[in-house]
Write a protein that binds this ligand. Structure first.
Ligand code: SAM
Length: 308
């Protein structure tokens, strides 16, 4: 437990899929005036230096956000023989990354708490609740959030995100009387019991608050629990009569890897319950472009499925 540090993975292909889905979902939810409760059950530290030790070691952003930016920078696009029209969901993600890197160089990567902070609306209409259990990472997260001077709009707790979620749902009514919440569940799956905890958490919280938007990230790896998770989530959503969306992105094997090298994560998925009706179209346009840019070898694929 606690050997996982997201800093090694910040900005990789899985973060790209997760954060594009998160932004596209929230941008739609925020078209309505009523305030939202945003909950990030597994927050990480919030902000990652891409020139620091962790990311130099892992270098995973190179196969993620770095590659995407290199291909989609305005100068690159202009020089291309057949200029690519960037999918709006990818553009919104790149704009958000750029807002944290005003020098134009990619120095920091915003994790989900900073992605969510960027989207929060003023006048404390929306509230953000962050949970992080790692002793060091929760301290770093609190320090990073303190710098935003967001006051009571953002709360950080060193608590179990799975357990704490139920204490926040259903959310308090907004000024207009409606109760609205969006939840990101993004465990490290360091221990295989996390898979069961995700399904149990979704099952319990759908009963508490059926209309919330729940976004679950999971790794696509050859492990029965990982394979079963989207199937279980589909069953839970269907039993609760809620619509769902399931997107996966597989960038394929790294051709430079030798025989016996550990391959690292090559694919991941996002499962969204009660997705905005616009999310399917947004990802339909974004996923093929992501695959074209980030795909690197055998096993590249993307998929998008909806139901309910
Ligand atoms: N959501 C972050 C982002 O997109 O930038 C990344 C989160 S990372 C994949 C998962 C985090 O969950 C790790 O920082 C880990 O320490 C933390 N964690 C593990 N178990 C937890 C639990 N039960 N409750 C809250 N945090 C937990």
């Amino acid at each position: 437990m606690f050997s996982y540090r997201h800093a090694y993975h910040a900005g990789n292909h899985a973060d790209v899929l997760k954060h594009i889905t998160l932004i596209a979902t929230l941008q739609h939810l925020m078209q309505k005036d009523a305030g939202l409760t945003l909950i990030d059950t597994h927050a990480g530290v919030g902000l990652y230096r891409l020139d620091g030790d962790f990311t130099e070691t892992g270098g995973e952003a190179r196969d993620g956000v770095v590659k995407l930016l290199a291909k989609l920078l305005p100068a690159e696009k202009a020089a291309a023989t057949a200029p690519l029209v960037v999918a709006p969901a990818i553009q919104a993600y790149l704009d958000l990354i750029a807002s944290y890197n005003p020098s134009g160089l990619l120095r920091v990567y915003p994790g989900s708490p900073f992605v969510l902070h960027h989207l929060l609306r003023a006048e404390s209409r929306d509230k953000l609740k962050l949970f992080e259990l790692h002793p060091t990472d929760s301290r770093v997260l609190s320090a990073n959030i303190a710098q935003l001077e967001a006051g009571r709009q953002i709360a950080v707790a060193r608590q179990d995100g799975f357990e704490s979620l139920k204490t926040l749902l259903p959310p308090p009514p907004s000024a207009t009387g409606s109760r609205r919440a969006a939840v990101l569940i993004d465990p490290s799956y360091e221990v295989k019991t996390d898979y069961g905890k995700v399904s149990a958490c979704i099952q319990e919280n759908l009963k508490r608050f059926a209309t919330g938007t729940y976004m679950v990230w999971y790794p696509v790896i050859p492990r029965p629990e990982a394979h079963d998770l989207p199937r279980r989530l589909k069953t839970l959503a269907t039993q609760a009569k809620r619509p769902w969306l399931h997107a996966t992105l597989a960038i394929g094997q790294d051709p430079s890897h030798g025989i016996g090298d550990r391959p690292g994560l090559t694919a991941s998925g996002m499962f969204v319950i009660n997705p905005p009706h616009t999310l399917k179209g947004a990802l339909q346009a974004a996923l093929p472009q992501l695959l074209e840019i980030l795909g690197r070898g055998k096993g590249q694929a993307q998929s998008l499925d909806t139901g309910g």
